[in-house]
Design a protein around this ligand. Structure first.
Ligand code: CTP
Length: 420
């Protein structure tokens, strides 16, 4: 039996997709993409061209989607009225063509309708059912002026290009034109189908710990994993924003479509953030910035040598305070809407409110640090001038990505209410 809570967590719950395959070796990736779509909660109707069936079987796609694959406009068994090109798209949120071959893109550009997938793209209700295209082809075919012309044409006609990857190709050549990986396509389709409360906005986010060097091999840092900041970057991009993520030393993949700038120390983070801040409408400071750094950096590794007394002495360091990046941004003449984080070990509401007031912020998000560092779940407390509000609303905990999406929606709502 399906757990209803788990079902509501699914990124594509309630979405209906048509997955179209045209001919290309990347058809093998379409099987994985279909599996990911289904796992994410989407209902998927697969449509395959004759060329696609040369690369992967109908049986595979039927088994993975759990429903008959459409292949032929004239096949009576698929729909008794022989109108599969109409029925499949009327309730669909999008047609995703993956792989889209050079030939199929040329057909789309011409509005050809002599086989089922092309016919379906042409006959879809254009204002309700998006057409997302994941090209896959040899690098010469990709860069050929005819293909580029056709891509420009289908984009002008309303199709959305999901981009291509670069690297080794099945033909043995190396370059642009590979189909994106299934997980990348899933992220892009999910982002495309998400609500867009931050469309046209620019969001700057700091994430992760900082590393304050003591000598060339050692330093002061903390246990922040960066997961919450990276989840927020992803959620803000899904919500339509252009996102810049300034990350301390973490081992996390960059969310799709996000510009990432890596830094090590608090000083580097400050130098990176300050010039960018005025160009961004929202600043979310999730980074666990070290409050202190060693006053001097030892030029060589500090050795555990015996001191004058003949006994080994522990080295001592003088520390100096790092600039508060969030407070510095909030004090700018054209400050963005600033959101602070407060990682506390007790008295969450009181400490968060103190930070709200001290740094003059419209919103502080509190969480209990030791309970969340490195974990995938978190519970937040939103603190502003009007009061406190737990997130999720029931006061429990939730997956960091789900929380990030809820928080991004809250930030968009609060900022919009300030503007109006
Ligand atoms: N912050 C920052 N730059 C710093 C220190 C903190 O941008 N040098 C930001 C954090 O990213 C977070 C907020 O300020 O959004 C709160 O950080 P925190 O370290 O919890 O609070 P402090 O103000 O340093 O107070 P304390 O260490 O006493 O809890």
């Amino acid at each position: 039996m399906q757990d209803p809570a788990a079902a509501s967590l699914k990124d594509l719950a309630g979405k209906r997709l048509v997955l179209g395959l045209s001919g290309g070796i990347a058809c093998y990736k379409a099987a994985e993409l279909l599996r990911l779509f289904v796992k994410a909660g989407a209902e998927v109707q697969v449509v395959m061209t004759a060329a696609a069936q040369q690369f992967i079987t109908v049986a595979t796609m039927q088994a993975l989607s759990g429903r008959p694959v459409l292949t032929d406009t004239w096949d009576e068994s698929s729909t008794p009225d022989r109108m599969p090109h109409i029925h499949a798209t009327r309730a669909a949120d999008a047609i995703v063509v993956a792989p889209a071959s050079a030939d199929f893109i040329a057909r789309l550009a011409q509005g050809r309708a002599d086989e089922l997938l092309g016919l379906m793209c042409l006959a879809r209700p254009i204002e309700r059912c998006a057409l997302l295209v994941a090209p896959a082809m040899n690098r010469e075919m990709w860069s050929h002026p005819a293909t580029q012309r056709n891509l420009a044409q289908i984009t002008a006609d309303g199709a959305v290009l999901l981009g291509v990857g670069s690297g080794a190709q099945a033909c043995g050549e190396y370059g642009d034109g590979r189909m994106l990986e299934a997980a990348e396509l899933l992220d892009d389709v999910t982002a495309f189908l998400s609500p867009k409360p931050l469309a046209g906005d620019r969001v700057l986010i700091t994430a992760g710990p900082t590393f304050e060097a003591i000598d060339p091999v050692r330093g002061l840092t903390n246990r922040s994993s960066g997961k919450m900041g990276f989840a927020l970057a992803r959620a803000a991009r899904e919500a339509g924003a252009q996102v810049t993520l300034v990350a301390g030393p973490v081992h996390l993949p960059t969310p799709r479509g996000v510009t990432r700038l890596d830094v090590q120390s608090a000083e580097q983070m400050l130098k990176t953030v300050l010039p960018l801040a005025a160009d961004h409408g929202i600043f979310i400071a999730t980074a666990a910035v070290a409050d202190w750094r060693p006053k001097t950096l030892a030029p060589h590794k500090i050795k555990k040598e015996a001191g004058n007394s003949g006994k080994k002495e522990a080295p001592s360091f003088e520390l100096t305070e790092n600039t508060d990046i969030l407070a510095a941004v909030a004090a700018l003449p054209r400050a963005p809407f600033c959101v602070g984080f407060a990682a506390e070990s007790e008295n969450l509401a009181a400490h968060a409110r103190r930070k709200l007031e001290a740094k003059r912020l419209p919103l502080v998000v509190g969480n209990l640090g030791p309970q969340t560092f490195g974990r995938d779940e978190n519970a937040l407390l939103l603190v502003d001038a009007n009061g406190e509000q737990p997130l999720p609303a029931d006061g429990g905990s939730a997956d960091k990505l789900m929380l990030a999406r809820l928080l991004v929606a809250e930030i968009a709502r609060r900022r919009a209410s300030i503007r109006t």
